[in-house]
Design a protein around this ligand. Sequence first.
Ligand code: MTE
Length: 340
Amino acid sequence: MWIKRHRAWEPPESSATPESAWRARRRIIKTFGVGAAVLGLDTGGARATLLGRLLKSGTQGNEESIVIPDVPWNDQLPAERNGAYQLDRALTPEAVNATFNNFYEFGSHKEIWEEAQALELSPWQIKIDGMVENKITIDVEELIRRMPLEERLYRLRCVEAWSMTIPWTGFPLAELIKFAKPLSGAKFLRMEAFMDKDVARGQTQPWNPWPYVEGLTLAEATNELAFIAVGTYGHTALKQHGAPLRLAVPWKYGFKSIKSIVRFTFSAERPVSFWEELQGTEYGFWANVNPGIPHPRWSQAREEIIHTGEKVPTKLYNGYAEQVGHLYKNINLPDEVLYR
Ligand code: MTE
C-alpha cells in the first residue's frame, strides 16, 4: 500500500525519487541481483511490472521462503477441495506468493517472509467477544479442530493493481459466527490482528494505528465467500500469509483480508479499520473491487497478474458479483465510498 504523506518540509514529488521507487529498487536488487539494477526503476507503479517480468523470465521466487510452520494442527491439512470455486487463470506459484507479501507488522515492503518467521503460532488464543452469547477465549488449535475445513481457489486483487490466485484451506466465516451466536443487535464484525512489538518491528512505528484492524458487516461476514484461511497450497498457512488465521474476502481489495487474527468482536457500531484510520479517502471501510472507480492516484481498470506480468481487465467485485452483488443493491452510499 502506498501512503502519501504531506509534510511541509518535503520537496515537491517531481524533484525527488519517490521513496517507493528507491525502496523497490533496493529490494529488487537484493532479490534478483544486479541484472535488475541495470533495468532500472522509475516509479513505484513500475515495481510490480518489473517483478512480473523478472519472474516470467525464469525467477520463480525463493523456494526457501516456503517454511511450513510446525504446529499441532498440521494433521488437519490438506482438506478436500470445494469445486464450486473455479478460477479463470493459473494459480500463482507458491514461491512467488511466499516472497511478495503485504504484512506491515514486519515492514512496509514486500519481502517480509524472513522477518515473519519470528511469529510464534502455538499457543495462540482467539478471543470472541462483544454482542454474542458465546463469549469465549479459545486456543486456535481447538477452534480449527471444531471447524469444517475445505480448500477453495480464490483470486486476490490488491488495491495496488496486482493480483494473485491462491488455494486457501479454511472454513466459512459463517461457521465461526454460528459458533459465536451473535445477539440480535449485532451488525458488524471487527477483527483484530496480533500485537507484539518484540516480534514485529513494524509495530514500533508510532504513525501506524496498531493493531491492524478490519471489519465487515454481518451480512458480508456471513456471505458464502467470506472465508477464514488456516492453510495455503495444501498445508498449514505460512507465517507471511497470516497464520494461524487469516481472512479471505476475494471481492474486496486485499487489505480487507486481515492476517494473524487474535480477536473477533461483534458490535452494533461500524468498526474503524487500520487503513481507514490512516488514509480513509484512499482505503475505505467497504473497499469493494470496482474497475470503474479509480484510486485517487491510479486507475483500477486493470490489474497485473503478479507472476506473469500480464495486464488484464479487472472485474466488478473481482469477478464475484454473482455471490455478493446483492449485498450492495440497497445501500445508499456514493460509489467512491462503496468501492474505495
Ligand atoms: N493483515 C495484517 N495483519 N497486516 C497487513 O499489513 N496487509 C493486507 C492484507 N492483510 C496486511 C494484512 C494487504 S495490503 C494485502 S494486499 C494482503 O494482506 C496481502 O496478502 P498476501 O501477502 O498473503 O498476498
